[in-house]
Design a protein around this ligand. Structure first.
Ligand SMILES: [Zn+2]
Length: 371
């Protein structure tokens, strides 16, 4: 039955300057019976582009599933245009403001009430909250994506519900200060990370070595990013992984769940992977890439049949990091970057007139060092 199933994934360009985002459309199924999913909408501008793209290239104004990976506005804003201008079957997004009663006791300030916390989250995550408002107005059903849920043929690998509510929401940027916990933590990676972020334009390039990933194992990203919905499309011939802005914690949990649930190793089967967080080096480590993408290859081995896409704004100096892209290439995958263009990956789908093959990104001879 899966024999002639096909799939196409379109990454539309998002952002300018150093601001990147994601606007992704997916169509899969059989001729005459396709499903359409939008996974993040980028800015309003890219939302408009998504609407036009779906009408023109998918020949429909119906989107079965709209998924918001996490509430940051560079992923959520454009989805409001999709909800306004197209017909939508289901909206899948987290509603952190609905969980405030369960996490109240993790905060230091006793005056914080369930309602004040909800309001604070709605305000600070307005781009995402606005999607809920629109969906309620248009009577589109809203579902929260947690590990094990199915969205069409896709399976949610992360976040797990308990982890999301108990650990991630209290860490959101606009959540109130947490109570002090009676243990001390020290994460050298975290300190280096903030220092490095501040002076990223000064990061000096060093000569790349094929045999060494210039990645750290102790990197961290924001709780909002870690809450990204990681989606797995388990088509036997062409399994796909979408990662949003997920970091090493979420990616590890996703790999573990896939191993447990499907008895598969993502690194052995995946054919298409979204590079998380626009190619930031705070979201991947060598062990995580080994587990999800595959082990490093010999330079002469050539490329495997795996493809990865990264979405970064045209002028970005920060995204993607050469060190991250090189680490993917060492694992034999073909890397493609939006950089202001729409790019398409397809499997068993009709050719699109006028779209031409794209050359993969080459291994860089220099990459960013950490010092
Ligand atoms: Zn992002």
């Amino acid at each position: 039955m899966e024999n002639n199933i096909g799939c196409e994934i379109d990454f539309l360009p998002v952002g300018n300057g150093d601001k990147s985002g994601d606007a992704i459309a997916v169509r899969y199924g059989y001729p005459g019976n396709f499903k359409v999913m939008v996974y993040d909408g980028g800015t309003k501008e890219s939302g408009e582009a998504l609407v036009e793209h779906i009408r023109k290239h998918y020949g429909t104004s119906y989107v079965d599933y709209v998924v918001n990976s996490h509430p940051d506005s560079d992923h959520a804003s454009g989805l409001s245009v999709v909800l306004e201008e197209l017909k939508v079957g289901e909206l899948w997004m987290h509603r952190p403001w609905e969980h405030s009663s369960k996490i109240l006791n993790s905060f230091r300030d006793g005056r914080i009430t369930k309602n004040s916390l909800s309001e604070r989250l709605k305000d600070s995550l307005y781009a995402a909250y606005h999607l809920e408002e629109l969906a309620l107005e248009k009577e589109i059903s809203i579902h929260e994506p947690f590990q094990g849920n199915k969205i069409g043929e896709f399976m949610v690998l992360s976040p797990e519900r308990g982890w999301y509510i108990d650990n991630l929401i209290p860490e959101f940027d606009k959540s109130p200060e947490q109570k002090e916990i009676e243990e001390s933590y020290f994460s050298p990676g975290y300190i280096l990370q903030s220092l490095n972020e501040g002076i990223s334009y000064l990061t000096s390039l060093i000569k790349s070595s094929w045999n060494i990933d210039m990645l750290r194992d102790d990197v961290e990203t924001s709780a909002e990013n870690e809450s990204s919905v990681i989606l797995f499309l388990p088509f036997k011939k062409h399994p796909i992984l979408l990662t949003g802005d997920a970091g090493v914690q979420a990616l590890k949990k996703a790999a573990y769940f896939a191993e447990l649930k499907f008895d598969i190793h993502l690194n052995k089967i995946l054919k298409f992977i979204q590079v998380p967080h626009h190619g930031s080096r705070h979201n991947v480590s060598s062990p995580v890439l080994d587990r999800i993408v595959g082990m490093r290859k010999d330079r002469n081995d050539g490329l495997t049949s795996k493809t990865v896409f990264v979405s970064s704004s045209k002028e970005s100096t920060k995204h993607p990091r050469k060190a991250v892209i090189n680490s993917f290439i060492r694992r034999g995958v073909k890397v493609f970057n939006t950089k202001g263009r729409a790019i398409r990956h397809s499997f068993n789908m009709a050719k699109r007139p006028g779209w031409v093959p794209l050359a993969p990104v080459q291994f860089s001879d220099n990459e960013e060092g950490w010092d």
